[in-house]
Design a protein around this ligand. Structure first.
Ligand code: XBP
Ligand code: MG
Length: 231
């Protein structure tokens, strides 16, 4: 195994329920909009990857016209990202338990670490630096470079290109069905570390599904890469 490409939201970090969701609600408030996303509503909205796309879909469902959405969504999303970065800086976003030990073990064995996320670069880099220390992942492919969101494989294909490696020697680690489908479509074996929001997703085709990074080590990931997962 030459490299592991990690998803960020819900995978390396517990970012959604107490992070992005809270920041979206602050953005609604700041713009004087009465919408608020509770934990359950946000869980359903997570099926739509990408913050802007999520806002558009929700506000369209609320009957907001496209011309108004085209004005309000970019402003909401910019504010959401600012508020989210403040939560990161305040140490309110945690790495998922077991991530740090696994990253250390992989690096110690010479396995390269990369990121493929649909999130925005504005907050992805500060979050990774804060949670794991600067410069741990290369390349870091974000939604800014891969505008077609997961389940499209483009973020993973760009990460593979940046690594200069064949998919056969690289493993993906994801938390969601959308992420798993994206990784598989890029030809990668994928380990899923499920979380509360994704526990009932369809993980058919995963090489391995666990609930915590504490169940993963280098040897387990090597075996998962060899087994690939069913078609
Ligand atoms: C993550 C996302 C992102 C985040 C918010 O999906 O869909 O939209 O929820 O980030 P994945 P932005 O973990 O599959 O990459 O607002 O920056 O899009
Ligand atoms: Mg994710």
């Amino acid at each position: 195994m030459d490299a592991v490409i990690f998803d960020v939201d819900g995978t390396l970090g517990d970012t959604e329920r107490d992070g992005h969701r809270v920041a979206f609600n602050l953005a609604f408030e700041e713009l004087g909009l009465a919408y608020r996303w509770d934990v359950e509503t946000y869980g359903k909205l997570l099926e739509i990857t990408g913050g802007r796309q999520r806002l558009h879909a929700y506000l369209e469902g609320q009957g907001m016209a496209q011309v108004e959405r085209d004005d309000v969504v970019p402003r909401l999303h910019t504010r959401k990202n600012e508020r989210f970065q403040e939560l990161v800086a305040d140490g309110r976003i945690e790495p998922r338990p077991g991530t740090t030990a696994l990253l250390d073990e992989l690096e110690g064995a010479g396995v390269r670490l990369a990121v493929a996320t649909t999130g925005s670069r504005a907050w992805v880099e500060p979050l990774l630096d804060r949670l794991f220390g600067p410069g741990r992942f290369s390349p870091v492919v974000t939604g800014d470079e891969a505008p077609v969101r997961k389940p499209d494989p483009s973020a993973y294909l760009q990460a593979l290109e940046g690594l200069g490696l064949a998919a056969s020697s690289v493993l993906a680690v994801e938390d969601s069905n959308n992420g798993l489908v994206a990784a598989r479509a890029a030809g990668l074996a994928c380990v899923v570390v499920a979380n509360d929001y994704t526990a009932d997703h369809d993980f058919h085709g995963a090489a391995l599904v666990v609930d915590t990074f504490e169940d993963l080590d280098l040897a387990t990931l090597e075996r998962a890469l060899m087994s690939k997962g069913e078609d």
